[in-house]
Every structure is written in C-alpha cells, then in structure tokens.
Design a protein around this ligand. Sequence first.
Ligand code: PLP
Length: 396
Amino acid sequence: MINDKMYALGSNRSVIRDLFEYGNERAKLVGRENIYDFSLGNPSVPAPKEVNEAIADIIASLPSVAVHGYTSAQGSEGTRRAIAEDLNARFGTAFTPAELYISCGAAASLVSTLRALIVGAETEIIGIAPFFPEYRCFVEANGGRFVLVPADEKAFQIDFGALEGAITANTAAVIINSPNNPSGTIYSEETIKKLAGLLEKKSAEYGRAIYLISDEPYRELVYDGESVPFPPLYYKNTIVCYSYSKSLSLPGERIGYVLVPAAADESSRLYAAIAGAARACGYVCAPSLLQRVIERCAGIRPDLTEYASNRDLLYSALTEIGYRCVYPKGAFYMFIEAPDGDGNRFSEHAKKYDLLLVPGESFGCRRFLRISYCVSGEMIEKSISAFRKAFEEYRF
Ligand code: PLP
C-alpha cells in the first residue's frame, strides 16, 4: 500500500521545476547562454567569505566527532545564544536561547510550526496571496485546511476586509511573508500595525490566540535603506520562521530557526509542540557543522550590490517597454502583470523567446508572472531584447 496523497506530492513537479527542466532541455539545443531562465530562487551571490572561512576553521580546529556529531534537538546553546544576541542588538528585544529552536531551514521551521498548531481537519491556516506555494502543501499534508486571502493587486499589502472575512473560530494562524516571494514588496509598518490590531480583536473574540507566523527568509534582502518591521514588536503572538538560505546564500545547507517569544500565549507548550513536530518529522537536529557556522556568523549581512543592480536594471528596462509591476523593495523577485491579465498564457508565449517566467497562478495571482532576478547581470542585459519582443509580438 502506498499513500496516494504523498504519491501525488512526489510525482507532480512544481510549475517552477517544470520550467527549469524545460530550460535545461532547450539549453541542449540552443546553448545555455541563449536561455533567459528567471525561474528559480537560488541565490546568485556567493556566501559571504566569513562563512567559508568559518567552515574551514571549524573543520581544521575542532575534533571531527564534535563537528559532525548530533547536537541537542533544539540546537546547540551557543548557536541559539548568538542568534538571540543578534536579534536583541537589532530590535531592542531581550530574547534568550530558550526561545529559539534551530531548524533545517525555513521549510522545516514552517512545517514544525504548522504541525504544532494543526489539531484536526477543521484547523484553518490562512495564507495571503501572493504566497509561497509550498504553504498549501505544508498545511494540507499535515491535516489542516489552507484558506487563501486574495491579493491586494494594487500594492501587494493586505486586503484587510478579505482577511477579516476569512478568520473563523477554526483559524489557528495567519502566515505572512515580507519581504515577499514573489512580489518583492515589504509590508509597511501601517500594514503590520493593522494586522496586529485585527488579530488581537479576533483572538479576544474567540477567547484564544490566533498566532501570526512570520516567514522571513528574505528579512535582510532589502534595498534603498528600506526597513522591514519586525512583527514580534507589534504582536506578541508572533512565531518567526527564519532561514539563512537566502541571507547567507546557503539554501542547500539547510539551516534556520523558529523563534517562539516567551511573551506569546502558551509559549512553553507551543515550543514543546514545535519540538515534538520536528521530532515526528524525523529532523533529529539541524546540521551540526552549520550550527557552528551560524554561531560565528549570525551577525554577518549579505552584500546586496549585485541584486540591487539587477533589480534596477530590470525594473527600469521592463517598465520602459511597457510592463506593469509594483516596485520591488526586497527579496530578489519582481511580479509583472501579463499584458492581457493571463499569466499562464504569457508564460507560454515568452518561451518562444527562451524567456522563462513563472506564471503567478501557483502564488494565487493569475494575472501575474514571477521573475527571479538572482541571476547574472550579463544575462539580464541580454534578455532585455527578448522581453521587448515578447511584449510587442503578443497578440490578444
Ligand atoms: N518561505 C519562502 C517565502 C521562500 O521563498 C522559501 C524558499 O524559497 C522558503 C520559505 C523555504 O526556504 P528554505 O530553503 O530555507 O527552506
């Protein structure tokens, strides 16, 4: 006997992966240099030198059994302390290592948190479009119901009328992601304050906490000196799911954390349930070598020069051609509107120019397409004429 739900998840490739594989096939025919692949969110900026130096030094200076051995399930005390100190220095908080659970990246942070909160088929978890498509899989595979709030397509902030209408007595949590994949927008302080107010009101109405899950792998990827409001400062029942995949360019190394603030309702039970969920998923502990790296590098920030210049180049070229797009302030994505409002159709059309753009449907926004600009500046320069032709030769 084989579980049909898991079979379906394993055998259906995501749209993003499909496009990527299509690009690989085309590359064999026309040459890699002629494919403009904007499909994947794999950082193109190398990990900061401090990270590689730390890896080399840890391996050279510590006994192998210590470097590669198990750590405690919640992560080593030193790593959790380094992260708490970094957060406290930046946000004026007073977190302690006991509020941190080290994870195998943001996906593992989210799965552990969701599993800890889903109590049965009636549990509802709200996502806000545009959203990271894996949320649906993480919620449904863990037995809950994923409820989608449609996007505010003008600014990609939050449609509060729609969000309020979606909250019910079964809502366990709302997931947000800012800076956002796929739109590159940052939720303003006004948005976060309004969200906190709404969740407080609804929590009081239902007599229990509705948690806010803040999925923040792009927290440090912001341009033009923009700042990203830190949700725990506005709403005490915030659980932060963080990852170093993007900020330190370490997506294959699987390292991140869950922050469960002591101020949150039932924080000890919640922390223990997250630990239990991680155990049930068989995560055992986050990679030991990487925990040591983070202990040394928690305060290292990425060099954003390349992403910022890619963003500027693309945004000005595409808007000059006539594409419409909300100005992206963070992450490394842009979300352009299809000229006829059909992202799927335009994505197919763009393939004729070997331009690979991800249709917005799986992010909950059919009218749009995602561009991942974590690619070389050279490829972006070369791609502009393809973007122009795709736009000018599109018939609808
Ligand atoms: N959340 C968002 C919004 C993402 O974009 C990603 C990865 O692209 C993840 C979570 C998963 O990140 P990780 O690689 O750390 O599991």
